[in-house]
Design a protein around this ligand. Structure first.
Ligand code: HEM
Length: 481
């Protein structure tokens, strides 16, 4: 297998711009003199700014901004944010001009939880820590974690009984958290802590959005901040206790904690403080759980909505796996399964990604001072018809074309891009494919009729996804809804 996850990506391609024809040459950056300011989105209210459409239905709000220009000013309360509507500008802030930006509002929102961990650390610390931690996500390590991924998916599949109703959204989050705890923490987190994390996760992930978007006073008076900070404090203390507890019997020294303990700064030779180790552990746990869990839950949902896709996927599973669980070595052959996961990642990406300028910058012809907040929505960019024809269609086939016909690489960024690109990308993709394939080999999932709604957490997740499970060998016994 190549260094990358079996590729669904095109070679470096022109950046998608709304309205340009696919395959046409990239529009070079316009050499205009900076405009004075970006247009303000309509519907701004005094004090609230654009909070109402943003909180009520962010997906529709972001889509409505596309027609206003490639950079539009919106207001979160009184705070102006420059919203980018093109992949070209997103690429500029994440990659080409990344040095002029830091994490900004995300840092403010998540710092009480993940401290100086990778998720929001400042540039110098981030560069050093990323270099140290990166080897833990090398494909040789993913191969080791894949055994746990497969084992956990099998245990889950073993635990179900024919006709049982499962709350798939919750079950998939539990699966990803348990897998992460077993694979990277050698199962060191006590059960009680894992239960507490599961209980607090919605508060954390929705909290990050609310603390980023809502004015500070509103988070305070609603008691929201108090609950978020209390849960964050509990998690940090629990992880602190694990960090301080040392090496339990039977742990080989190859998990994340042992690795961080042993790591030395290549320049100074210093080891990491316990506080920084805790921040890195919490960062990875927070970044790696709900994201992959929601991706899996949405995948099962999309399959029930698209029987032809499910049929083709099952045919591939029968051919490649012949009824056994999936493992790392199957990833290359599970081509259609990977395309399905890719298509889900396209449709259900992070809602908002923020940056803040650290120096004056000209972006899309607009002159921004240092300290200006900038954001874009991956969910929105991934529905750009210029890069993804029929963007509302669920079509894994769009990923099964020859390399030159794939959507432009810069237009598809579910894991971000540049130096802050997701460190867990290979882990997440392997886990999603292995868990999906292993579960579907045993079970068919039939939705309990009801209303599926997206919840605007950091990664949109279904509010509720109840399903009934039927053994694959016994498909006739429960009616397909
Ligand atoms: C489908 C699953 C996932 C998605 C869609 C996802 C998405 C992302 C995105 C978009 C970023 C970049 C944020 C930015 O630029 O501001 C990111 C960063 C990060 N992700 Fe993921 N992620 C996923 C799974 C994981 C997993 C499984 C882990 C760890 C086990 C993980 C750990 C991290 C960390 C530590 C960062 C910060 C990286 C840095 O700044 O150096 N993620 N993720």
């Amino acid at each position: 297998m190549s260094d990358e996850f079996p590729a669904n990506h095109a070679p470096r391609c022109p950046v998608s711009e709304r309205g340009h024809e696919r395959g046409s040459p990239p529009r070079s950056a316009p050499r205009e003199s900076p405009r004075r300011s970006a247009p303000v989105a309509p519907g701004r209210l005094p004090l609230l700014g654009h909070m109402w459409p943003l909180m009520r239905d962010p997906f529709t709000f972001f889509t409505s901004l596309r027609h206003r220009g490639d950079i539009v000013r919106i207001y979160m309360g009184r705070r102006p944010i420059h919203f980018l509507t093109t992949a070209r500008l997103a690429h500029q802030i994440l990659v080409e001009n990344a040095r002029s930006f830091d994490k900004g509002m995300v840092y403010d929102a998540v710092h009480p939880l993940s401290g100086n961990g990778l998720l929001a650390s400042g540039r110098e610390l981030h560069r050093r820590q990323r270099r140290i931690i990166q080897p833990l996500f090398h494909k040789d390590m993913i191969k080791v974690y894949a055994e746990t991924m497969s084992g956990e998916a099998q245990s889950l599949a073993d635990s179900w009984r024919p006709g049982q109703r499962v709350d798939l959204d919750q079950v998939m989050i539990e699966l990803t958290l348990t897998t992460l705890v077993r694979s990277m923490f050698s199962g060191r987190l006590p059960r009680s802590v894992v239960r507490d994390i599961l209980h607090s996760l919605p508060l954390f992930t929705r909290g990050m959005v609310a603390r980023t978007v809502l004015p500070a006073w509103l988070c305070r008076v609603t008691g929201f901040d108090r609950r978020f900070l209390a849960a964050a404090g509990r998690l940090r203390s629990a992880v602190d206790a694990v960090v301080r507890s040392g090496q339990p019997d039977g742990v080989e020294g190859s998990d994340l904690l042992s690795f961080l303990r042993a790591a030395r700064d290549p320049e100074t030779g210093q080891t990491m403080s316990d506080e920084l180790i805790r921040d890195e552990l919490v960062s990875i746990m927070m970044a790696g759980t709900e994201t992959t869990g929601a991706t899996l839950a949405w995948t099962f949902h999309e399959l029930t909505e698209h029987p032809a896709v499910e049929q083709r996927l099952r045919a591939e599973l029968r051919d490649v796996l012949g009824g056994r669980p999936a493992g790392y070595d199957d990833l290359a052959d599970l081509r259609y399964t990977r395309a399905v996961v890719n298509e889900v990642l396209r449709r259900y990406s992070l809602l908002m990604l923020f940056r803040r300028t650290t120096t004056p910058v000209v972006l899309g012809g607009v002159a921004l001072p240092a300290g200006a907040d900038v954001m874009f929505s991956q969910s929105d960019l991934h529905r750009d018809a210029g890069a993804f024809p029929e963007p509302d269609a669920f079509s894994p086939e769009r990923w099964l074309v020859d390399r030159d016909s794939l959507p432009p690489r810069e237009a598809f960024i579910p894991f971000g891009a540049g130096n802050r690109r997701c460190i867990g990308e290979g882990y997440a993709q392997a886990e999603a494919v292995i868990a999906l394939a292993t579960i579907l080999t045993r079970w068919r999932l039939v939705p309990v009729p009801g209303h599926v709604r997206r919840v605007a957490a950091a990664m949109p997740r279904p509010r509720s996804l109840p399903m009934t499970v039927t053994p694959v060998a016994d498909e006739g016994s429960v009616p397909h809804v």
